[in-house]
Design a protein around this ligand. Structure first.
Ligand code: NDP
Length: 338
C-alpha cells in the first residue's frame, strides 16, 4: 500500500470544514486508492467543534482514513503536510474597515505561511479558501520563501462551478458537455466569469447564446447584465435565500480544486484557480489572480492557459479586478503584512 497523504485543514471546526472532512475521508479528494491522515487546525475557541468532528470521523469508519489529529499549534498542524486547505479566516463583521479585515487575516495567514515554510513536506500544495482568499494566499506565500510560489493557490473554483451551473441552465445543456469557461481575477464582485471561449459539445457558447437570445447584441447584454452579476453575487443570493452563507458548495469546490490539481484536468479543458502571476495577460507579477488553468496531474503545478485572445470587454473587466487586487496588495504592504 502507498504511504498515506497528510492533509491539514484550518478552521476545521467551522461549517465548511465540517462539510469537507467527510468527503475527504470518503476518498473524494485524492481518489479511492489513497489513504489520508487529517490534521485539523483550530483556534482555541474552535477546538471543541473540531474535536467533535474528529469523533464523528471515527464513527464514519472510513477505510481510507488513517488518523485524525486536532491541534491549535500551526507547527504541529503543518508538520509533514502534503496538502494544506486554509479555510479558517477572520470574516468581515459589521463596521469593519478593509484595513482591519486585512490585518486580522494577516495575523492568521502570515504565521501559517511561516509554519508551512518550516514544517510542511517537500511537495506541499496550499489552497486558500478563507476570504479575502487571493490576498490571504499572497500573504501566506510571502511568508514561505522556501516554498515555490506556484504551490500556493486561492479558491475560485466555486465561482467557476457557479458559472457552469448558470450556463448549463441558460442553454439547457448538461454541465458535463461544457468546456473552457474561465473565471478571471479576484474572488470578489470584480471577478470576470468569461464564457467567450466556452463550448457546449464543441459548439461555441457565443453562437448558442446568439441563437437562443435572437441576436449577438442581446447575447452580450445578457452576459454583462444577467450572467456575470448573477455568478459574482451568487454568495449574497444564497445568504438571502437560505439565511446563511454557502457551505456544501464551497466545500465541494475545494474538493474539486485539489482533486483536479492532483489527478489532472485531463480532457475536461480549463478550470479556474487563483495562482501567482508571472505577468500573464498583463496581470502584474506576483499577484494571486484567477486564470483559466489546467493541470497535468501527478505532481504538476497549475498551468495558466496560453494564447487566449481578449477583447476590449474582457480587458476592461480584467483590468478592474487587477486594480482591486493591486489595492489589496498595497494595503497589506502598508500594514507591514508582507
Ligand atoms: P465557514 O467555514 O463558513 O467559512 C470559512 C471561510 O471560508 C470564511 O473565510 C469564508 O469567507 C470562506 N468562504 C465561505 N464561502 C466561500 C466561498 N464561496 N468561496 C470562498 N471562500 C468562502 O466559516 P465558519 O465561521 O463556520 O468557520 C470558520 C472556522 O475557522 C471557525 O471554526 C474558526 O474558529 C476557524 N478559524 C481558524 C483559524 C485557524 O485555524 N488558525 C483562524 C481563524 C478562524 P466569508 O467570511 O467571506 O464567507
Amino acid at each position: 500500500a502507498t504511504k498515506p497523504v497528510t492533509i491539514t485543514i484550518t478552521g476545521a471546526g467551522g461549517q465548511i470544514g465540517y462539510a469537507l472532512l467527510f468527503r475527504i475521508a470518503a476518498g473524494d479528494l485524492l481518489g479511492p486508492d489513497t489513504r489520508v491522515r487529517l490534521r485539523l487546525l483550530e483556534i482555541p475557541q474552535g477546538l471543541k467543534a473540531a474535536e467533535g468532528a474528529a469523533l464523528e470521523l471515527q464513527d464514519g469508519a472510513f477505510a481510507l482514513l488513517d488518523a485524525v489529529d486536532v491541534t491549535d499549534d500551526p507547527g504541529r498542524a503543518f508538520d509533514g503536510a502534503n496538502h494544506a486547505l486554509l479555510v479558517g479566516a477572520r470574516p468581515r463583521t459589521a463596521g469593519m474597515e478593509r484595513a482591519d479585515l486585512l490585518s486580522a487575516n494577516g495575523g492568521i495567514f502570515g504565521p501559517q505561511g511561516r509554519a508551512i515554510n518550516d514544517h510542511a513536506a517537500e511537495d506541499i500544495r496550499v489552497v486558500v479558501v478563507g476570504n479575502p482568499a487571493n490576498t490571504n494566499a499572497l500573504i501566506a506565500k510571502e511568508h514561505a520563501p522556501d516554498v515555490p510560489a506556484e504551490r500556493f493557490s486561492a479558491l475560485t473554483r466555486l465561482d467557476h462551478n457557479r458559472a457552469l451551473g448558470q450556463l448549463a441552465a441558460a442553454l439547457d445543456a448538461p454541465v458535463g458537455d461544457i468546456r473552457n469557461v474561465a473565471v478571471w481575477g479576484n474572488h470578489s464582485a470584480t471577478q470576470f466569469p468569461d464564457v467567450s471561449h466556452a463550448t457546449v459539445a464543441g459548439i461555441p457558447v457565443p453562437n448558442l447564446l446568439t441563437t437562443r437570445l435572437e441576436g449577438a447584441d442581446e447575447a452580450l447584454q445578457w452576459l454583462a447584465e444577467t450572467f456575470i452579476p448573477r455568478v459574482a453575487n451568487r454568495g449574497a443570493e444564497i445568504i438571502e435565500v437560505k439565511g446563511s452563507s454557502s457551505v456544501a458548495s464551497a466545500a465541494s469546490a475545494t474538493i474539486d480544486h485539489v482533486h483536479d490539481l492532483v489527478l489532472g484536468t485531463g480532457d475536461r479543458g480549463w478550470t479556474s484557480a487563483g495562482v501567482v502571476s508571472h505577468g500573464e495577460y498583463g496581470v502584474p507579477e506576483g499577484l494571486v489572480f484567477s486564470f483559466p488553468v489546467t493541470s497535468a496531474g501527478d505532481g504538476a503545478d497549475w498551468a495558466i492557459a496560453e494564447g487566449i485572445e481578449l477583447d476590449g470587454f474582457a480587458r476592461s473587466r480584467i483590468d478592474a479586478s487587477v486594480a482591486e487586487l493591486v489595492g489589496e496588495r498595497d494595503a497589506v504592504r502598508a500594514l507591514g503584512l508582507v
